[in-house]
Design a protein around this ligand. Structure first.
Ligand code: FES
Length: 126
């Protein structure tokens, strides 16, 4: 069996939603100290809906595929639904990741949660 699913390869080679949102109202950046990979998520939220989401990932192929899939899973969704996104859901949507690569999907979950926290903070301060 191939190490990586076709979906992982597809999202790694053609990642969706790569880039920066200049007027993002939620930004989250997380890293994994062990492998050194870094992921940054930008959210544009209006009326409690994720209107747009983009990411920049400096990391392994699984981290790029996980970021790409995670953005696809929350785009156009209500904030409450995005908050419930788990790394398991990201890995499942990618048709699985090798065990030792599961932490890459955790990074995607953490990046989205961190961007959502930033959004809530900004909302409460405005
Ligand atoms: Fe660290 Fe993939 S090896 S995120």
């Amino acid at each position: 069996m191939a190490l990586y699913s076709e979906k992982v390869m597809d999202h790694f080679l053609n990642p969706r939603n790569v880039g920066v949102i200049e007027d993002a109202n939620g930004i989250g950046e997380v890293g994994n100290a062990k492998c050194g990979d870094i992921m940054k998520m930008y959210l544009k939220i209006e009326d409690d809906i994720i209107q747009d989401v983009k990411f920049e990932t400096f990391g392994c192929g699984s981290a790029i595929a996980s970021s790409s899939m995670a953005t696809e899973l929350i785009k156009g969704k209500p904030v409450a639904q995005a908050r419930e996104l788990t790394n398991k859901a990201v890995a499942e949507a990618l048709d699985g990741l090798p065990d030792y690569k599961m932490h890459c999907s955790v990074l995607a979950e953490e990046a989205i949660h961190s961007a959502l926290e930033d959004y809530e903070k900004r909302k409460n301060n405005s």
